[in-house]
Design a protein around this ligand. Sequence first.
Ligand SMILES: Cc1cc2nc3c(=O)[nH]c(=O)nc-3n(C[C@H](O)[C@H](O)[C@H](O)COP(=O)(O)OP(=O)(O)OC[C@H]3O[C@@H](n4cnc5c(N)ncnc54)[C@H](O)[C@@H]3O)c2cc1C
Length: 438
Amino acid sequence: MSKSNTKDFQVAVIGGGVCGLACAIALQNAGVPVEIFEAAAAFGEVGAGIGIGPNAVRALKAMGLLDAVLGKLPPGSLSSKGFLFYSGLGDHQLVYDYPPAAEDASISMHRAVFLDALVGLVDPRHTHFNKRCTSISEHPTSLGKLVVHFQDGTSHEADVVLGADGVKSAVRDFVVGAGGAAVGAANEKHVAFSNTAAYRGIIPSALLKAAGFKTQLTDRPACFIGPDKHVVVVPIKNGELINVAAFSARYDIPIGSQNLPAGTPWVDEISREDLKKEYDGWGSDITTLLRLMPEKTIRWSVHVVHPPLESYAKGRVALLGDAAHAMLPHLGAGAGQGIEDALLLTRLLGHPDTCIANMQAVLQTYSDIRRPRSQIVWDASQRAGSVYDHHGPRGPTVQGLSEDLRDIWKPVWRYDLDAEFQQAVAKLHGNAIFAQSQ
Ligand SMILES: Cc1cc2nc3c(=O)[nH]c(=O)nc-3n(C[C@H](O)[C@H](O)[C@H](O)COP(=O)(O)OP(=O)(O)OC[C@H]3O[C@@H](n4cnc5c(N)ncnc54)[C@H](O)[C@@H]3O)c2cc1C
């Protein structure tokens, strides 16, 4: 239910992926006037699963979006499952059982289902498709106002712009000060190939079992780990389907030191035969699983925001989600960080003391708080991948791996979102941006 508008500013959200959509809906519900601009002809997500960790579940709940998501899922989909780690080699010995805990309830689902739940909540009167933002500029006559320029030659004036336009963000050019330089200058400076390929597919569980997959498939997610590679299997749709994400990385090339040759697509296809070759010498369950991947499997050359941005905000423009901090997916935490961003933005923009006059300070406070938080998760995600791939600090023995894997999700999952908001408000009071009396 939307509150009536009491604000003296209006917001443009650029990008309608999970983070932009969540943010736009929550703003709309908080009574903040918002228009959302999406480059594609409709909202859409790639066909794969997504994990919404406990922190992101709490953020969705705080934004009033959780019930809509759960409404699309079978009962019991919100539960605490921990994570099982098996060796990807030999006979797939159990390496570590990350224990479920009542406070760590999370959701695994198809991305399309998640998006569908959100799409049902966004106001279509304020939704604009086929609007690819190319740049943001300051208004030539109206001080502080912004102009969003689109590829089709049109533009839109806004008081506040939130860039949720993903890892290849156009809004980021404005925030890092590359405005005026060639379009995409910030991408060249701040986006790096992670030297990691991700291969994704969805396999019916019954098919996997019938093909002789021996490791017992429970309702818990599992990760098969080994040298330079790992394979994540997550049951979705009541365990009917298994979402597979196989990763293969190069550790001899530091992130940022060598990008893909210009023009190389970030998403392409690999034949099943070539995929099987990647995991040559791995255990029989991995061979079985790869045999059931599509004949042409989609390969993502995973790109990340690196080096980190110095700020997620400039003037009355701020970034959220992958536009700000695209990270390696090894803790299943990237979208969750964007959802956390959306929550803090909504809480701050919806705060009764926030107005156009103090917007710049409010967005800077958002950045000051969200930047360190999301960078901790960025670092933890990279570290997790290196542990799975036998490059962890304590080495690839069962004992070393167990020690490195213990509490690996704790900093991501056990984060106090209310304390974060209180911290932001205290900072704004302390700096006399918000009224002192509250
Ligand atoms: C293999 C893999 C597995 C992952 N698994 C998980 C997981 O389990 N859990 C998790 O939390 N995260 C996971 N992630 C990360 C997660 O997918 C991303 O963090 C998340 O999708 C980012 O959402 P976003 O809305 O910021 O960006 P995007 O999803 O990239 O959405 C950006 C939107 O903006 C639009 N757009 C782009 N450019 C423009 C423009 N110029 N103008 C207007 N619109 C534009 C796009 O069309 C798109 O709709 C995974 C990532 C990978 C690669």
